[in-house]
Design a protein around this ligand. Structure first.
Ligand code: NCD
Length: 305
């Protein structure tokens, strides 16, 4: 049985196959309408979510399956002190597959040790978010037709932003990719990622605090929100939250062929007047999340058309 805890649990070939499958689902949704009939997805969300949870739920419904779960830890037995392990041992007797988001790094991995059904990490603390990365890769492929040879700027909270951590891991396996890491000093990528990924794997990367000077070189600008809930101190959050704001004026510095991605939710970091720019791909990206999650559920449940 396979789980998806880290994006590197999937080979490049497996990711390619998921992207092909998602593209086929976009073209032929009717072919997939019943493939998960009588199957149940449990969506266990111990942390807030809109897109990830609802796109998982929509994905399962569009495959003909059903959904159970909770969207608030306080309405689950976690509020009574139940451990993740115990919750999982019980839920896997009710569901065929589990998507789980948790504020503690590593919680989905712990769950996978106890589970008799596939576990999908839907975000664990400030660590990883592999299904957002599948969404991002599918989006980049749809927008550019390729994943190789791109210059990718990640901007904002690179310390706590789990989507960036998974994206860097995933994109590091494609050739000719350059990374521009744009953040305030305090929110640079964590040391373990710099050492184990950027340095040891000899990736082509630069770190800067300056968005405007980086913009003209970027194919993809991946904006992120400053992750308020991960700060120890509200004062630090307030000081850093508006470090970068992408505006229509700044978009004039970007290539005509550039694309702006954002996992959403956006707070202030992209002004709404950017939304109508054809290079703003973040709402298309959110839609893509449903199709790639359909492909992933099918893979992990080993169902075919
Ligand atoms: C992201 C997350 O939860 O990490 N949202 C998402 O899943 N699309 C990004 C964020 O919360 O900033």
């Amino acid at each position: 049985m396979k789980h998806l805890i880290d994006v590197l649990d999937l080979t490049v070939q497996e990711i390619d196959a998921l992207i092909e499958r998602a593209a086929d689902i976009v073209e032929h949704p009717d072919r997939y309408a019943h493939v998960c009939a009588r199957k149940k997805l449990a969506a266990l969300f111990f942390e807030p979510s809109t897109r990830t949870r609802l796109s998982f739920e929509a994905a399962m419904y569009e495959l003909g399956g059903n959904v159970i779960g909770f969207s608030d830890a306080d309405s689950s037995s976690a509020a009574k002190g139940e451990s993740v392990s115990d919750t999982i041992r019980v839920v896997c007797s009710y569901a065929d597959i589990i998507a789980m988001r948790h504020p503690k790094e590593g919680a989905p991995m712990v769950a996978s040790l106890k589970s008799t059904v596939p576990i999908i990490n839907a975000g664990d603390g400030g660590h990883n978010h592999p299904t957002q990365t599948l969404t991002d890769l599918f989006t980049i492929r749809r927008e550019f037709g390729r994943l190789d040879g791109l210059t990718i700027g990640c901007c904002g909270d690179l310390k706590f932003g789990r989507t960036v951590h998974s994206l860097l891991n995933a994109m590091s396996r494609y050739t000719g990719v350059k990374f521009v890491l744009i953040s305030p000093e305090e929110l640079r990528v964590p040391e373990y990622l710099r050492k184990e990924l950027l340095v040891e794997r000899n990736l082509d990367y630069v770190e800067t605090t300056d968005l405007e000077s980086a913009l003209p070189d970027l194919d993809v600008l991946y904006m992120t929100r400053v992750q308020r809930e991960r700060f120890f101190n509200e004062q630090d959050y307030i000081r850093l939250k508006d470090s970068y704001v992408l505006t229509r004026e700044k978009m004039a510095l970007a290539k005509d062929t550039a694309r702006i991605l954002h996992p959403l939710p956006r707070v202030n970091e992209i002004s709404v007047d950017v939304d109508d720019d054809p290079r703003a791909a973040y709402f298309r990206q959110a839609e893509n999340g449903k199709y790639i999650r359909m492909a992933l559920i099918m893979k992990l449940l080993e169902v075919e058309v």
